[in-house]
Design a protein around this ligand. Structure first.
Ligand code: SAM
Length: 280
């Protein structure tokens, strides 16, 4: 029996199912169930929510989410080797865990979820940023999720919560802070994982705002911010010259000096620039 449920400890699960970690799948497992329950608590009150979990692996966080009272968990896992271990968790929590075997980048899980929906995951580092950007940039807002509670490399977590003027400030900060509140809620050293990764990690909690802080078209904002920070050392009139022939006028119309650099420009001004660029 484990600390939080009647199932075996994770080390025993891994041994009995032969789940040696694979680097190609970004597998760094959390084996301390007290820790996974603590991460689950950061996601808020789960009792009325469906939780989408990407990459459950042997099920440490899945068990944390269920033990903390999630109404239902939908877990998407690419590695077929993990499925028998996950089925054992489903049997211990009848009707509360659905497992889908597949690639989270290819699947649309929405048909299997009932709102309100929260997302919680110890993501594979190689797909974490891509999924986050997708979840932050749907055409319509509010999105399908109420909150995202996600593990990232510490450096990526700092980029998500960064303020203007800092080195970490860039596209991720702007997309995250435009339509949500984002906070680092936990820090984890490499030794918290098996095997330990080379870098430290952090859990970021994002709550969707009812509407964006400033109006802008998500595709235009995403494009202009990517271009601005791709050449972050250049003045914006140079970094953005491919965006419009009259880019200097548009920068001025948005209240931005054409000689400024991207990292000095705040969210409100970037949204104003996206609006002027959306005009013919
Ligand atoms: N959640 C588990 C934990 O905390 O111990 C495992 C975390 S491990 C960092 C990432 C998990 O994501 C692995 O189980 C891996 O097989 C799975 N994974 C990798 N790529 C995936 C993808 N494209 N879609 C779904 N799962 C994926």
């Amino acid at each position: 029996m484990s600390a939080i449920d009647p199932l075996p400890p994770l080390r025993a699960v891994i041994a009995s199912h032969g789940l040696s970690a694979r680097k190609s799948l970004g597998q760094n497992f959390l084996l301390d169930l007290n820790l996974t329950a603590k991460i689950a608590r950061q996601a808020g009150d789960l009792s009325q929510c469906d939780v989408l979990e990407i990459g459950p692996g042997p099920g440490g966080l899945t068990r944390g989410l269920l033990a903390e009272g999630a109404r239902r968990v939908l877990a998407i896992e690419k590695d077929t080797r993990c499925l028998p271990a996950l089925e054992e968790i489903a049997a211990a929590y009848p009707g509360r865990l659905q497992i889908i075997n597949g690639d989270a980048l290819q699947l649309d899980p929405l048909a299997h979820l009932t709102p309100p929906i929260r997302v919680a995951a110890n993501l594979p580092y190689n797909i974490g940023t891509e999924l986050l950007v997708r979840w932050l940039t749907p055409a319509d807002w509010p999105p399908f999720w109420q909150s995202l509670t996600l593990m990232f490399q510490r450096e990526v977590a700092e980029r998500i919560v960064a303020a203007p003027g800092s080195k970490a400030y860039g596209r991720l900060a702007i997309l995250a802070q435009w339509r949500s509140t984002a906070r680092i809620v936990m820090s984890l050293p490499p030794e918290a994982f098996t095997p330990p990764p080379k870098v430290s990690s952090a859990v970021v909690h994002l709550e969707a705002l009812p509407e964006p802080r400033f109006p802008a078209d998500p595709a235009v904002l995403s494009r202009v911010v990517a271009a601005a920070f791709n050449q972050r050392r250049k003045m914006l009139r140079a970094a953005l010259k491919g965006q419009a022939p009259d880019i200097e006028d548009r920068l001025i119309a948005a209240g931005i000096a054409p000689t400024e650099r991207a990292e000095q420009v705040g969210l409100e001004q970037f949204c104003a620039l996206a609006r002027t660029l959306a005009r013919p």
